[in-house]
Design a protein around this ligand. Structure first.
Ligand code: AFP
Length: 283
């Protein structure tokens, strides 16, 4: 597994350089979710694919930027599912963006996730890695090297509220829930970039990030295999929870297609339990 993490470190430095030096314009193609691809999306995906081709334990890749499963090494053990540059549309206004990696062994379902990682390309390049036998490990790049900073633990209750989705398309009970948190004094922290928004809650001790099902996106917007399940694993390893609108742990999701989405709520225990109550979910 370490060779996978070392490869992620290498691609993180290359993608950060590309963000800082390459054209931020649109390519003439779209991805499997029908979203227009930025040249940076395509470049980041290429960087990752090229890097993992040489990693013998990687059997296949699944990318947000590609339709299906890309077979690499038949004798490989793991499938790496990734979003090469999440929030890429924020790069041209100089906001932080990220890469997300889910490492699966066997069938591509939540319970087969064995590790996950994400990279934040912000004022500094930072990396968080989670495996089953540890709390998430936080690293910061210094040149091409990543220095360990700390383990990440969520407090039981936080102060930050990151409500995603178009508010006019929220259900009434979701709007009531979000408003109740602000009534309790939570602070709005939402950039439109899943990686920095979830990273901030993890590092600031807690709160909740939500992207519910909405009238325009009934199954939510965020993709299960390479966005939702990897972050859900990290939040659970940090002592928090991550569930869908029915209270199902997101690490138990069973995607039927590589690009399936899910409603998602990530956070500290107090906030997730409050969400379950607001959604009428019996704990
Ligand atoms: P882009 O990759 O199209 O910028 O979308 C980013 C994202 O997938 C995720 O990073 C954000 O949390 C979410 O979309 C924001 O979506 P809304 O703008 O609908 O809140």
């Amino acid at each position: 597994m370490q060779t996978i993490f070392d490869t992620i470190k290498k691609v993180a430095i290359k993608i950060d350089y590309a963000i800082k030096t390459e054209d931020l314009g649109y390519s003439d193609s779209s991805n499997s979710s029908g979203e227009e691809q930025l040249k940076l999306d395509v470049k980041s995906d290429y960087i990752i694919e090229e890097a993992f081709k040489d990693v013998a334990i990687v059997k296949a890749l699944v990318s947000e930027e590609k339709e299906g499963v890309l077979a690499l090494n038949p004798k490989g053990k793991y499938t790496v599912c990734y979003d090469p540059l999440d929030g890429s549309s924020l790069a041209d206004v100089n906001l932080s963006v990220g890469s997300i990696f889910g490492i699966y062994e066997g069938e591509l379902i939540g319970e087969n996730l064995v590790a996950s990682a994400y990279v934040v390309y912000g004022p500094r390049v930072e990396l968080v890695i989670a495996t089953k036998d540890s709390k998430p490990q936080h690293y910061r790049a210094n040149g091409d090297l990543f220095n360990f900073i700390s383990e990440i633990t969520l407090d039981e209750k936080g102060k930050l509220n990151a409500p995603g989705g178009t508010q006019q398309n929220w259900s009434d009970y979701h709007k009531t829930f979000i408003d109740s948190l602000f009534q309790e004094g939570y602070r709005l922290r939402y950039s439109g970039g899943m990686v920095p928004d979830l990273h901030q809650i993890l590092l600031k001790g807690g709160g909740i990030f939500s992207y519910p099902g909405t009238s325009d996106k009934p199954q939510g917007k965020l993709r299960q295999l390479f966005e939702v399940i990897p972050f859900a694993f990290i939040y659970e390893q940090a002592g928090g929870q991550a569930v869908n609108h029915e209270g199902l742990p997101l690490t138990r999701l069973i995607p039927s297609h590589p690009h399936d989405t899910s409603s998602c709520f990530f956070g500290s225990n107090y906030e997730i339990n409050a969400m379950k109550s607001a959604y009428g979910i019996k704990s």
